[in-house]
Design a protein around this ligand. Structure first.
Ligand code: 4NP
Length: 149
């Protein structure tokens, strides 16, 4: 099974989601991440995201930002979007129903109406990154249970 995590810039939320998910899932799973914009293409994750992950013994420092591509819709089985606007953007890029069916809002797995979107911590501080990490960790746990059960 191949899983793609998607946010806007691919330097904060989806790199963290990728790192957390890789740690949780067995090695035969492929986990990658991408953004809907190419503004940060080739850059490593935001320093605050790297530090937050490192605080939880997860190394995301070697990841590099890339925009989502047409091929991703063929390669990946599941495409998880961090917020509604990313979801709308990704769904609009899908070319058919099969590709559209792969796309979902990441936190839907929680089944919790209060937590539907992963807030963007880019304009915040370290405590926002830690809050996002905790939310992503819960989301990854829920997604993992869906996938493995
Ligand atoms: P991300 O956060 O989507 O979680 O990677 C952002 C990163 C960069 C920008 C916005 C959000 N930006 O506007 O450059």
């Amino acid at each position: 099974m191949k899983i793609l995590m998607v946010c806007l810039g691919n330097i904060c939320r989806s790199p963290l989601a990728e790192g957390i998910m890789k740690k949780k899932l067995p090695e035969n799973f492929v986990v990658d991440s991408a953004g809907t914009i190419s503004m940060h293409e080739g850059e490593h994750p935001d320093k605050r995201a790297i530090k937050t992950a490192a605080n939880h013994n997860i190394d995301i420092s070697k990841q590099k930002s890339r925009p989502i591509t047409k091929e991703d819709f063929e390669t990946f089985d599941k495409i998880y979007c961090m917020d509604k606007s990313v979801y709308q953007d990704v769904v609009s890029k899908a070319r058919n129903d099969e590709e559209r069916r792969k796309v979902s809002l990441f936190l839907d797995a929680l089944g919790d109406d209060n937590n539907v979107e992963v807030p963007d911590p880019y304009w915040g501080g370290m405590s926002d990154f830690e809050d996002v990490f905790q939310l992503l960790d819960r989301g990854c746990e829920a997604v993992m249970n869906q996938i493995l059960n």
